[in-house]
Structures are given as structure tokens and as C-alpha cells.
Design a protein around this ligand. Sequence first.
Ligand SMILES: [Zn+2]
Length: 364
Amino acid sequence: MAGERSSTSTSTVQMTTARYAGDRSREVDAAMIEHHRDEWPQLACVTERCDCLVHAVHKAPTETTAGRSAHFARNATSVHADCCHLGTTRQVEILEKMSGGELKAVGKHRDPLRGDVFLHRIPVPAAFDETPEQRPGQPPEVTPLTFARQIVPILNTAVKIAKLYQRYSDSDVDPHMEFQAECSGQPVEWPNFFYTRNRAIWFARRIRTAQKARTKLDPNMSPAQHRVSPLTHPVAVMFHIDRAPVESQYGKGEGWARGRLPVPADHDVPDEWVFIEGPLERLKTMFADAGTVRDSLYLGFGMWTVSKPTPRYPFGRLTLDVSAHHTSVCPISGDITKRVRTHWAAGRCDPETPLIRRELDQSP
Ligand SMILES: [Zn+2]
């Protein structure tokens, strides 16, 4: 049956590097496997603080396009440490627990190149808050307090999922699992739901394109209409701020905080900014630590917009209005490995992730 734990426990990550079990500094590469044949000493996992024993697996004949290149795999009798991202089954268990059981396995799909890929989905509450009239049969509006209680564990889990994706990408490993958010019953592929700071410019571009199309349809759009997000589901975006909250010149008690996003040299917009807007006092509480914690990262969740162009910001700014319903901004906690944090905080951009929507295979 789709969704059973057994669907994930059989998956084994193919590792491209390993090390001598007795010597953490002696790493070996999968490219060496074919030359070495079976003359290896006992090998182990390369992840810091993991002593899981692994073995070399030779290249398989390529009868299908899948083929199998030489790699290292976990010994059947050994397990990865809890902190090791290569223990995918354990990582999913930790995520399920963290999400209060909200994260669920929902089956697998077969990728011609990658083989079986296991799918996990996490439901996001109040996803279509901005358009309640389009949700017949939905429960009544969620109060801000209920919403906060629901969303915080979901966002914490989302950050943990993002960390895992980053670690797999950094170690060039395919975990054979993917995550989705579920917004009002609709699956949303992870790259469309969660943007790390290094991908956020692609999100700004996506909104800008949608807003341009909308303005074309209605050239007389009012500023209020312009502030309605073109998104069909809320999105989580990571950012850090380089300007602590200040009072807005437009409204008493209103304010904004600002952060710059990394942009590649040939990007179509020279500067990309994140603006968090709303009641000044609320912003001050939200960003109380800003400036004292180096590289403090935040996650903003909600229906983002790109603001109307101004002379100072001729391409508009990626904006989240925290006075809107069902919006959340929270600091990203410190338990991120140094390498992942450095990547997220750095000025480097990641390429946009190509998005392929796949048919879900619900077979056993
Ligand atoms: Zn390990």
C-alpha cells in the first residue's frame, strides 16, 4: 500500500565517497571502485559523527537507460547516525515526528533515470486565505492564534527539509525522495513552495511575470489591486535583513525592514530586495535580534507580492505584508550545519530548479 513505512525503508542511498573505517582522513571516491575491485579495507560513511559501515558496489550492466554506476552503499547490518543525512529512513522519521505526524508518505513515482523516488507531503493550513470565496465547503476562517500554532511546526519542518535538500545537493547524493507541500488539497512541488535565499530572485521573477500579465489585462489597476498577490498558494522565502525596521513615510505606525538578495552578474534586474512591511512595533519584535546575530536568517511565509516600481526601486521589491492574515515570519534556528548556513548566507545564487510535475504512482 502506498504510504506505508516499508516504502521508504528499502531505499538505500548511493554514496559517491566513503572513507577507511579506521581513518576519517582517508577518503575514497566511487570512481576508484572499478580499479580496486574488492581490495578495499572496511569502509565507512564520510558524514561527520557517523560510523555506519559501507561497502563498494560495482557498476551494473546498462540494460536500461537507468544503468547503475559504481557507488558505496550501507551494509545491511549497519545504520547511519541520527545526525547523518544519508540515513534517509531515519531522517523522514525525525521529520514526521517534528511535524506532529503531519508529514506523510504518499507513494512513489518511477523516474527512468533515477529509479523509484519516494514522495512525502506536508499539509499547509489556511493556504487559500486570500480568496475564501473560491473555497466552497472549507472550514471557517482560522484565527491568528490557531494559525500560529499550526504553522510554526510546519515551517520548522520545512526548514529541516530545506537543510536536507541542501546537504544532498552539497554531497552530490540522490536521496530518492522528494517533498511536497499540500495547499488546499493541491500538491505543490517543493521548489515552488520553498525558496532559499539563494533562489529567491527566481521567485521575484515569477511574481513579476505574473503581475505584468495581469497589468496587461487591466492597465488601470489600482494600487490596492496591485498589492493582491498573484500567487495561488502561500510560499516560504528565506532572507536576512540588512536594515532594521524603520517607520514608513506613508503611514504612522507602519514600517518596513529590508534585505538584499544575491543576484548573478547577468541577471535581468540589477538589485533584488526583500521588504517586510507592516505595523512598526510588530516588525521591531520580529527582528529584535537583527544586527546582534551574525548572518541571522529568517523565513517569511505568506502571499508575497512585488511592489509597484518606484524611482528608487524601478523593478519593485519582493514584499511580504505581515499585517495580512495568515502570514508568518520566524527566525531560522541555529542548528544548521556550518556548511549549509554558509551557503544560505553567502552572496551566491543557485540556478532555478527545473520543475517537472510527475504522475504519482500509487502502486505498492
Ligand atoms: Zn552516515
